[in-house]
Every structure is written in C-alpha cells, then in structure tokens.
Design a protein around this ligand. Structure first.
Ligand SMILES: NC(=O)N[C@@H](CC(=O)O)C(=O)O
Length: 434
C-alpha cells in the first residue's frame, strides 16, 4: 500500500452515529472499523460527520453558451466545495442539450474538470420549445448515458408531449423531471408569488396553483403510462398534498425541494432585491413549513440545489427585469443542516438519504450514494457539525455572485470531499490536479 492511493479517515462519526476509521484503498472503501493506518495518508476526522458524497439532481452549469456566468469547471469547483460528488447539469444551455453530441460534450467537460461526476440532463423537447421530443433514446444510449430528462426553466405544458415523453423514457428506466408551472396561470410577466405582498409591491405574481395543477396532471400521466415522473423544485403546500395522495396510490412520482424554499420566504422581496428573484418564487411561511414536514416524512424525496448562476449584467436590474435564479451548491449542506438537523426534524442519516442515496437512485447513478459501504467507490463528504461560518459571496468559487445567503451564519460546514478516494476538498479548500 502506498500513501498515494491509501487514505485513512480517522475517527469520523458515520452518518452522525458511531465513530470509526474508514480505510480507502485505490478509490474504494476497503475497511470500516479499526483498520491499520500503515502506509496510509491519515485525515483527522475526529468530530466530523461522514456522509456519502452529495448528489445534486438539479444544477445549472451554463456551459455551453453562458461561460460568463459559470462553466462546467467553475460549477464543478462549487459542487466539490459544497460536498457534492455528482451533479446533474440542466439542459437549458445554449445550445440546448437535446442531442447525443451535446450531452457527450457536457459529460466530457465534466470528466476534464475531474472534481465531481457531471451527468447531463437531456432536454425533453427540441430546443426546450415544448413541441417535438428531443433525441431521448440517442442521449440515453450515448457515452453520457442520460437518464434524467427535463425542459427545466420551462414546463412541458402540452399533456400529449408529456405523455409521449413518459412512455419513451420508460423503455430505458429514465425519468422526466418536470418544471411544474402552467404557463397560462403563471403569465409571462410573473416574477414573484401571487399574494398580498405582490399586490402591495405592484409586482405581477404567479399563484401556487400554477404549480399544483401540473403536478396533479403529471401524477395521473405517470399512473397512466406506468412511467416515472419527478417534480423539480416543489414549492407549495398544495403540491405536497398532491404528492401525498399520489404516494398513497403507489404512483411512481418523486420530488425534490431546494434549500432556499426550505428557509427563505416571500417577505424578503420587500426591498425589491433581485437576488431573491427565483423560479419557482419564494413562498409564504405556511408553504415553507409544509415543505419541511414533507421532506422529514419522506413525501418529498430529495433536496436539490437549483444552483442558477447569473452574470451581474443579467441579475442587477429592476426586479421585474432581472434573471430568475440563485446560487446553491456551496451552501446547500449548511442550509439543510440548519433547517432540518439543528431543528430536530431530521438526523444526519436522513440528510444522507435526501442529499445522496435517494437522488443517486432517482438518477440511476450506481457508484454514488453509498460511499460508506465496504466495496463501494469512496465518494464521501466529511462535515463539521459544530462550525460557525458566515457566508461571504466574494469567497465563492462560482463565477457568479447572486448568493442569497451572503452574510448569514451557519452551524455546519463541509471540511473534506473525496471523489473515488481522491480528495477534491481538504480543510474546506479545493484540491485541483490529479
Ligand atoms: N430556477 C431559476 O430561477 N432559474 C433557472 C431556470 C428557471 O427559470 O427555472 C435558470 O436557469 O436560471
């Protein structure tokens, strides 16, 4: 054994429970317990919680097309710093990821960056136009092995197109991730939650029901087709009710919630700060409560960041004109720890489920989500559960600065990230180069 390919994580608390040493040899978890450290590089993990590397079902990496906002490399850096070992890169790039070649390009850029597994999401429809199905089968069979399809940023509004997409992806175990938002109920000018505050601020709002009617329609289409639908960024209590019913019927629906919808509320819009402009919009406290409860009881399966970097010249505008979206990769774990763990709603084992194991299963990623099992690829994150860290948007490794958490203090932080046994982050800092 050489120090190069042998690492001993000493004294980590596995899933926040018993402490043990984890020996990683050649990128694989070789032994858990009290293995010999001989010849190994030792990482002191005393007081740290070990989780399987995080998996993000919903990331915008902006390459190709908007490399001024993020690239596959800079987004991969943000992911690694956030404790992720795999991300799914949304298709709303320019050009759109709607062909096998486009998917392979993103996949290859991810490989070249080498900090996190980058899995391209394929568009459901050509050019995200909502009309003609994209090359779903070719993307699935490509080197990129696409399994998740989404027109995210836009809803697949036409029920006939959605039905066909669900039927198509069933053949290869794929899933359609739907940006649930009825385009007629949520008009083109809508830019925040429709309610008393939007009226007072004079901002065109969109109602929660615009999301809920699509979720309701799609669970019926999933039942009809026997295929799998995934609800991207669930944001309302009504969506949770529909999901609960669908589960009780055994329908194959899964759902994600973002860290920002678990903590931030529509009240933040009082100053018209476009940092808080996001799609779906921040909702009232009642929705936030319902989303937390649904994540805790398993009605919502996963946390996904919807990391949506934007260049200053797209974001720093009057509220109605600014781009939708906020950063999320670097701060997801601290936010979830503060909202769900520090409140007693969830354990660290639950965090591993909703941020790693279940998202890996939804996306069909075999080597992810089980980094603490002997014989599995050592995709592992080590978290300091009693940190005291204040977010500074200028310290971000992302290219963008639209960070809604700037100035907030969190009690947990990512210390080390291992991708197949190779440290990508040590003591909170990136380790680049293989
Ligand atoms: N979530 C966001 O607010 N923005 C997303 C796409 C979208 O509009 O959903 C983006 O690509 O910027």
């Amino acid at each position: 054994m050489t120090e190069q390919n042998t690492i001993l994580l000493r004294g980590a608390s596995l899933l926040g429970e018993q402490s043990a040493d984890v020996l990683v040899v050649g990128g694989v978890v070789a032994e858990i317990g009290s293995p010999s450290a001989e010849g190994a590089r030792v990482v002191d993990a005393d007081g740290l919680v070990a989780l399987p590397g995080l998996v993000d079902l919903h990331t915008h990496l902006r390459e190709p097309g908007r490399e001024d906002a993020e690239t596959v490399l800079t987004g991969s850096r943000a992911a690694a710093v956030g404790g992720f070992t795999a991300v799914l890169a949304m298709a709303n790039t320019s050009p759109v990821t709607d062909t096998a070649e486009a998917a392979e390009r993103v996949h290859d850029l991810g490989r070249a960056a080498g900090l996190v597994d980058v899995h391209p999401v394929g568009a459901v429809t050509k050019g995200l136009a909502g009309e003609e199905l994209a090359e779903l089968g070719l993307m699935a069979r490509s080197r990129a092995r696409v399994r998740v399809f989404s027109d995210d940023g836009r809803c697949v509004a036409n029920p006939r197109v959605m039905r066909r997409a669900l039927e198509y992806v069933k053949a290869f175990g794929g899933v359609v991730s739907q940006h649930a938002q009825d385009p007629d109920l949520a008009g083109p000018q809508s830019c925040c939650h429709e309610g008393e505050l939007s009226g007072r601020l004079g901002l065109p709002g969109w109602p929660g029901v615009a999301e809920e009617v699509i979720v309701a329609r799609d669970v019926m289409l999933a039942r009809h087709t026997g295929s799998r639908v995934h609800v991207a960024h669930a944001s309302t209590a009504g969506t949770v009710e529909v999901l609960r019913w669908a589960r009780s019927q055994g329908i194959a629906v899964t759902a994600e919630v973002t860290p920002h919808h678990l903590l931030l509320t529509t009240d933040l819009l009082g100053d018209y700060d476009p940092t808080y402009k996001v799609n779906p919009p921040l909702r009232p406290a009642e929705d936030v409560e319902a989303l937390r409860a649904a994540l805790a009881d398993g009605t919502i399966d996963a946390v996904a960041t919807d990391h949506a970097p934007h260049a200053r010249h797209d974001k720093e505008h009057a509220f109605v004109d600014a781009a939708f979206g906020m950063l999320g990769l670097e701060t997801a774990l601290p936010v979830v720890a503060s909202v769900m763990v520090e409140t007693g709603l969830m354990t660290w084992a639950d965090v591993a489920r909703v941020m790693s194991t279940t998202p890996a299963a939804i996306a069909g990623l075999e080597g992810q989500g089980r980094g603490l099992e002997v014989g599995a690829p050592a995709n592992i994150v080590l978290v300091d559960p009693s940190a005291d860290v204040t977010v500074d948007r200028d310290a971000s490794v992302s290219l963008s600065r639209n960070n809604p958490w700037h100035g907030r203090t969190f009690g947990a932080s990512v210390r080390h990230t291992l991708l197949r046994g190779r440290p990508t982050v040590l003591d909170g800092s990136l380790v680049e180069g293989r």
